[in-house]
Design a protein around this ligand. Sequence first.
Ligand code: AMP
Ligand code: MG
Length: 341
Amino acid sequence: MSRHMIRRLGSALLILCLLLSGCQSAPKRYDRQFVAMDTYMDFTAYGKDAQNALSAAQEEVIRLETLLDVTGEKSEVYSVNHRQTNTCTLSEDLSELAALALKIAEETQGAFDPTVYPIVSRWGFTTGAYCVPSKDELSALLPLADFRAAALDGRALSLREGMQLDFGGIAKGWAGDRVLDLWREAGLTSGILRLGGNIQTLGAKPDGSAWKVGIQDPKTEQALAAVSVIDKAVISSGSYQRYFTVNGQIYHHIIDPSTGYPARTGLESVTVVGESGARCDALSTALFVMGLENAVQFWRTRRDFEVVFIRDDGSIAITEGLQDSFSLLDGFTDRQVEVLS
Ligand code: AMP
Ligand code: MG
């Protein structure tokens, strides 16, 4: 072989190696953990712009937290809740969230109600100073928890005297949507957000396969099942997430706005799978309050989301759209799973 041919063969081999390595190298993974919204956040993004995207995501979540923190004296929600007059002009961001929340309150007939704050705070769930209010105290607070008495016209919000807002049941899902919007605008195609128990995914995994998202066993807090999803939110509400115990009785943080008491409907957790994080978040809270039967009826009239219900006795019910993507994990394969249609 001539020297010339050897050189050409060498160059061809070099180009082939470069091409192969180009095809094989998976996009690089970057992670970011931080605490915000009273929650441990863990975000993962893939690709060359991922590090900037993670910084932008963290900034955005912290910015939204400063709007929504019910106990933070500098937040916009705090100033609405401690207003001088009963009509306030909201920021663009807060009016968008309030509109979404009020729409879901209407749709769920108040099972989700962002005006439930006076009751939630009386129970001490926002400060950790827990106490069981008397029946009379709750009866006095009940008329304040009524989204029908809130009117939003563009950015102008009117509330009745004493009413207060709490977006704790929707805020994390909404923040997740905002982050994923930013990531899409930046051209990212693959990533996953873990905002406490909320999971939101962007696209598929870099290898094109679905994300396998775990669902917790409320009793052991181990992952008992998984759903495989692409570009979806998987958001759980459960009585195990925040609660206190008095005289052996458990009081958890998901309040039935019609009674003022923690919702007791035989459910221990509700996981909603769907497109929008905000909607899934608000619905997981609402369906928990409704209880299985009413929640299934509600699902039948919508069908733009799917649900995993875990009852107090550990049995599981899933809506039929999850049949192919739901699986029980090792150690839990003896659980009964009912498919709802
Ligand atoms: P989640 O964990 O998404 O179910 O939200 C629970 C949080 O939402 C609570 O800690 C309260 O701040 C608030 N909350 C409780 N009950 C309700 C309700 N029925 N509607 C709207 N928000 C609620
Ligand atoms: Mg929620």
